[in-house]
Design a binder for this molecule. Structure first.
Ligand code: RIB
Ligand code: CA
Length: 318
């Protein structure tokens, strides 16, 4: 089966790290590189975390390019009040991963995306699971390369409920202007938002078994203490949302995701709704759809994809 060539833009964070495992552990993906952004933590931290995870997985062959340090317009005041991912961005584990011995390459995230798109024979899929600043900058500075973007699969947004404020999802609201540019770009977009990602969880009754499966799931499990508390005790979700893995799973198997083609735009000047993905679920505006919007997921099959990818990686690097 044809490989899916991807560049993945992320703000490692815990669910980003698990998504890296899915991207690198499923042989259908050809990961051309990772680009980093501020988001869950400062871009210095998210870049270092990306390098740490690559060394953990024995995949130091994959390039990492450092990206945006801040949003285009929105205020950005690290460290965030929300420490869902811990101060170190990987759960402040009692057994933290070692400092990386590898470094990011010496061109920026956007330059790496542009060079990779330019040099590729065929269009490439961009998977973005953090704020969309890097992607928006690519769109603004390289319109000539847009035909080389096969599609953009993002984790972000929601049709109504938010997680960073009552109506806005974290990745979108950290840079609403960037997200607005993305949704106006005309690119083919898969929007894996909270409507589906909150349902794509590892249950609290499953997480121990997950942790006991192999050395890699144990290493990840040891990072998840804060994340478990957040999802079990604060937002009372039925399990640990695997947000950033969903766009990847959707690319692997579209049947896993219930979705609709809908008009989505981003509010960039609302007092209470700044950063909301305004989604025309009832098709009132009669506008051309701007995204495939995920509304549900076949949870068990989705989580199995993650487990299988991690089992493959664990076997490859004892
Ligand atoms: O809202 C969830 C998103 O915000 C995920 O990408 C998570 O990693 C954080 O970046
Ligand atoms: Ca993320």
């Amino acid at each position: 089966m044809e490989k899916i060539k991807i560049i993945m833009d992320l703000d490692v964070g815990l669910d980003d790290a698990i998504a890296m495992c899915l991207a690198l552990g499923n042989e259908r993906f050809d990961v051309l590189g990772f680009t980093t952004t501020y988001g869950n933590r400062h871009v210095d931290v998210t870049t270092k975390n990306t390098l740490k995870i690559l060394e953990l997985l024995g995949r130091t062959d994959i390039p990492v390019a450092r990206g945006s340090v801040r949003p285009i317009v929105a205020p950005y005041d690290p460290p965030y009040k929300s420490i869902v991912h811990g101060h170190d961005g990987l759960g402040d584990s009692a057994n933290p991963l070692p400092e990386p011995t590898i470094k990011e390459i010496d061109i920026s995230a956007v330059e790496f995306m542009a060079r990779t798109l330019r040099e590729s024979e065929e269009p490439i899929t961009i998977v973005a699971v953090g704020p969309l600043t890097n992607v928006a900058t690519l769109i603004m500075t390289h319109p000539e390369l847009m035909p080389k973007v096969k599609e953009l699969a993002i984790m972000g947004g929601s049709t109504l409920k938010g997680n960073r404020n009552p109506v806005a999802e974290a990745n979108i609201v950290m840079d609403p202007e960037a997200a607005h540019i993305v949704f106006k770009s005309g690119l083919k977009i898969k929007m894996a938002g909270l409507d589906a990602t909150w349902k794509g969880y590892i249950g609290f009754d499953e997480i121990e078994e997950f942790g006991n499966t192999n050395w890699l799931t144990k290493t990840i499990y040891d990072m998840l203490g804060i994340y478990i508390e957040h999802y079990r005790d604060r937002i009372k979700n039925p399990g640990l949302a695997m947000h950033d893995s969903l766009p990847l799973a959707w690319l692997l198997n579209p049947e896993l995701v219930e979705s609709e083609d809908l008009y989505v735009t981003v509010d960039i000047n609302g007092r209470y709704t700044y950063g909301m993905t305004v989604t025309d679920v009832n098709r009132i505006l009669n506008e051309k759809p701007t995204a495939q919007v995920a509304l549900g997921v076949k949870r068990e099959e989705f989580i199995q994809l993650i487990k299988d990818a991690m089992a493959k990686l664990a076997a490859e690097k004892k």
